[in-house]
Write a protein that binds this ligand. Structure first.
Ligand code: NAP
Length: 469
């Protein structure tokens, strides 16, 4: 009876996970997707707990309490820190898989343990290699994104690096084959621990040559590895739910990485081995041209007189938490009959959908959000392109500068609008660390300052209020 309930619960949880992913495709249904995922997880935990094999219930309670202690603070991190938070979750998932695989192997070696067949051993070896490399790789990614002082942000490269990396992985796999063939030989336990050691080392080596700007893509690839290690764990523990949930996790991570690579016009190999993100020295040509500044009054006038305004949000809007002010500006302008569209670049911000989430939080109608491919043909008719803390995603160098790290990345054609108003705090570059000629082109006017403050002033000006700084 319990077995039948567990089977049914597994099917229900899997269905909920699939619907959860499907609903997360669209901002309108994303909340429902999150709820479905949470319910699916509760069903999965409940179904596992009622298994007759579970006799020490205290351990489960302890694990749940530990999960809450770690999970509650993690849920409170600001949206801008979500990539590193996600990487940390993958690190925990990878560590869990690695430890479960290790425990299963040593239990199997002991008297009365489950027989270590070739299939079981293959699954255990796959689980620990993927689990442990995901653990250290994700920790490194978290450290780089969080800008931990002792983890270098820039890509660390040296001659023969790829040979060393592949060599370390190859040794781990070769030892794995030996252990699968002779799981109980006198040397096998030591070889097993060496595999774990090499996998941990490989995780670190895999991440050090990758620059900060590529970290979100790498996190998504690590998500995929964590999912695959969960699949292997499902085979080891004979838990079908883990197999299906892991497969969903693994494939969605892979699909997301592919989408992100396409949006940046990069290949997987380029992300993993290209050492992108090297901060280049500012180019002299960009430095010589003058930056022109506009006043809030002047900018408000330009916006008021426009027929079509394209607001292009970027990472700076997220940092400033300026989405509510953006909404107020949207209200002011639409009230005056100005048509306002939001130009959404697929990799604006620091995670896919970053801008959509923030704008949805400010209740901006989904219909006003226009994808890059759709808005670009309209940019020539656009009277004002208002860039709010975006930089790389509007950098025209991506079109022609072959030596630029963003070369080939499709951009929002802000430069084609009649007038460009750009809000940022300084003349500093964006995430890729390069100059942006958009800011110094003839029809661009800067509004220097924190995005929230500048937008607030614009709104006040449009509303006819006072108190500007
Ligand atoms: P960006 O190139 O990082 O530029 C953000 C700009 O915002 C900076 O120039 C900064 O200038 C400004 N800023 C920061 N805080 C601000 C504040 N409080 N008020 C006003 N401005 C502020 O951002 P982006 O144009 O959104 O481009 C995203 C980058 O991340 C791309 O290189 C993309 O490839 C990369 N990336 C994104 C994803 C993803 O999934 N979204 C994934 C992988 C890589 P100041 O410091 O002068 O203010």
């Amino acid at each position: 009876m319990t077995h039948a309930i567990a089977q049914l619960a597994a099917v229900l949880a899997t269905a909920l996970f699939i619907f959860s992913l499907h609903w997360m495709n669209d901002p309108k249904t994303a909340r429902r997707g999150v709820i479905a995922g949470v319910i699916g997880m509760l069903v999965a935990v409940g179904a596992t707990w009622v298994q007759p094999e579970i006799v020490h219930h205290g351990w489960i309670v302890l694990a749940i309490v530990a999960g809450f202690i770690v999970g509650v603070p993690l849920s409170r991190v600001p949206l801008t820190a979500v990539p590193q938070r996600t990487a940390l979750s993958h690190a925990f998932g990878g560590l869990a898989a690695g430890l479960v695989g290790t425990a299963e192997y040593f239990l199997g070696l002991g008297a009365g343990g489950v027989e270590l067949t070739a299939f079981r051993m293959s699954a255990i070896v796959a689980e620990i290699i993927l689990g442990f490399l995901t653990f250290t790789g994700s920790l490194m990614a978290t450290g780089k994104l969080q800008e931990v002082p002792w983890i270098p942000q820039r890509p660390v490269t040296y001659p023969g690096q790829n040979v060393v990396n592949i060599g370390v992985l190859a040794i781990a796999v070769a030892l794995g084959v030996l252990v699968v063939m002779h799981p109980a030989a006198a040397w096998s336990a030591r070889a097993f621990l060496a595999i774990a050691g090499f996998a941990l080392l490989f995780g670190v080596l895999l991440i050090i040559p990758i620059g900060g700007a590529d970290m979100p893509t790498v996190i998504s690839i690590l998500n995929s590895y964590a999912g695959l290690s969960a699949v292997a764990m499902g085979f080891v523990l004979n838990n079908k739910l883990l197999v299906t949930a892991g497969a969903l996790d693994g494939s969605s991570g892979l699909i997301l990485s592919i989408i992100m690579c396409r949006a940046m016009n990069r290949s997987f190999t380029n992300v993993l081995f290209g050492a992108f993100g090297t901060v280049k020295a500012a180019r002299a040509a960009g430095e010589q041209k003058a930056w022109k500044q506009e006043t809030v009054e002047g900018a408000a006038q330009l916006l008021e007189q426009a027929r079509l305004v394209a607001i292009i949000p970027g990472y700076g809007m997220a940092v400033a938490q300026a989405q509510h002010k953006v909404r107020e500006l949207y209200d002011q302008l639409t009230k005056r009959g100005v048509s306002v569209k939001f130009a959404i670049h697929p990799v604006a911000g620091r995670m896919p959908g970053h801008m959509n989430v923030l704008l949805a939080e400010a209740d901006i109608p989904y219909t006003a959000l226009v994808e890059m491919d759709e808005i670009n043909p309209e940019m020539l008719q656009c009277d004002v392109a208002l860039v709010v803390g975006a930089n790389d995603v509007v950098n025209p160098a991506a079109r022609y500068a072959k030596d630029s790290p963003i070369y080939g990345m499709p951009i929002i054609d802000a430069d084609k609008a009649r007038t460009v108003l750009a809000i940022k705090r300084s003349k500093n570059p964006g995430f890729a660390g390069i100059d942006n000629e958009l800011y110094v082109q003839d029809n661009t006017w800067m509004l220097f300052g924190d995005a929230k403050a500048v937008l607030g002033d614009l709104v006040k000006q449009l509303a006819g209020g006072s108190g500007l700084h």
